[in-house]
Structure formats: C-alpha cells, structure tokens
Design a protein around this ligand. Structure first.
Ligand SMILES: Cc1cc2nc3c(=O)[nH]c(=O)nc-3n(C[C@H](O)[C@H](O)[C@H](O)COP(=O)(O)O)c2cc1C
Length: 141
C-alpha cells in the first residue's frame, strides 16, 4: 500500500543554508530504512516536499515533520494512494534552484514566484514532475 503526500510550509527565520543541509542529511539517513522516497524544494523561505512510501511510514514521518519547530503553517496539499512512485530515485532529492528555469515556475504561477499556498496541489505536483524531467533535482540516493 503506497501513498504520496505533498505539503507546503514556511521556514522560521533561523533556517539558513546550513540548516537546510542538516535537514537533507537527516532525511537521507532516515528515509531508506523506512522505504520513504521524495523531493524537497526550498525557495524564498517556503518548503515544498513530496513524500512517497508505505502508508504507515509516510504517515508517521509526516506527523514528525509537522511537529518540527523549524517551520510553521504546514499545509497538506495532496494525499493519495498510488500504484507506483514518481520519485523512486531519491531518498530525499533536492530541487537545485541553480538549475531551475525561471520560465518553468512562471508557467505554473501568476507571478513567477514559487507559492504553493496560492495554487492547487495538482499544479505544484505538475511543477515537480517537470523538475524531474528537466534534471533539476539533485542528490541521488
Ligand atoms: C521541511 C522538513 C523536511 C523534513 N524531511 C524529513 C524527511 O524526509 N525524513 C526525515 O527523517 N526527517 C525529515 N525532517 C526532520 C524531522 O522533522 C525530524 O527532525 C527527524 O525525522 C528526526 O529524526 P531523528 O529521530 O532520527 O532525530 C524534515 C524536517 C523539515 C523541517
């Protein structure tokens, strides 16, 4: 029983590049043992993350993440049962902002800024899928 979950959140001001690296390192250390894969995007103080895996594992991880004091306003955008993973290659991939084509964000937004609070979950997921297709995700598991 596989599920896919996507949420958005706002990082607290103390989250800097080093903190992001620490979150990614912890995710890559923990997720393989739990069969969780996914991608994390961090831009303009906003996190957007997709988690995939067994229902119990994803639910447990999400409840930990919601309680993490490094972010607030955690908003569930998508929760769905799936037959197959889309992000199987990453224990926790990272969207490389350097490789992000600004036109791609513009394609899915009113302003060209990443704002998952302002668009539907399916729009954010479509953006993620294009990021995979355009090799803008780094950090192979
Ligand atoms: C935006 C964000 C994303 C996170 N993603 C993950 C993740 O994918 N896997 C994970 O184990 N922890 C993740 N964490 C960290 C968890 O909230 C928590 O600190 C961690 O799972 C605790 O692991 P430990 O019990 O091994 O110390 C994330 C935290 C934040 C703020």
């Amino acid at each position: 029983m596989l599920v896919r979950l996507m949420y958005a959140s706002r990082a607290v001001p103390a989250v800097d590049h080093d903190e992001l690296v620490a979150i990614l390192r912890k995710s890559k250390a923990n997720n393989p043992a739990n069969g969780v894969t996914g991608v994390l995007c961090f831009s303009e103080g906003i996190f957007l993350q997709v988690l995939e895996g067994g229902r119990s594992s994803v639910n447990r991880l999400y409840s930990h993440i919601v309680g993490d004091s490094r972010h607030t306003q955690v908003e569930l955008l998508i929760y769905e049962e799936i037959n197959e993973r889309r992000f199987a290659g990453w224990s926790m991939g990272q969207v490389s902002m350097a490789r992000l084509n600004p036109g791609l964000v513009m394609k899915y937004s009113e302003t060209g800024m990443l704002d998952p609070y302002a668009v539907s979950g399916s729009v954010s997921m479509a953006l993620f899928e294009e990021l995979v297709a355009t090799a803008a995700i780094v950090g192979q598991s």
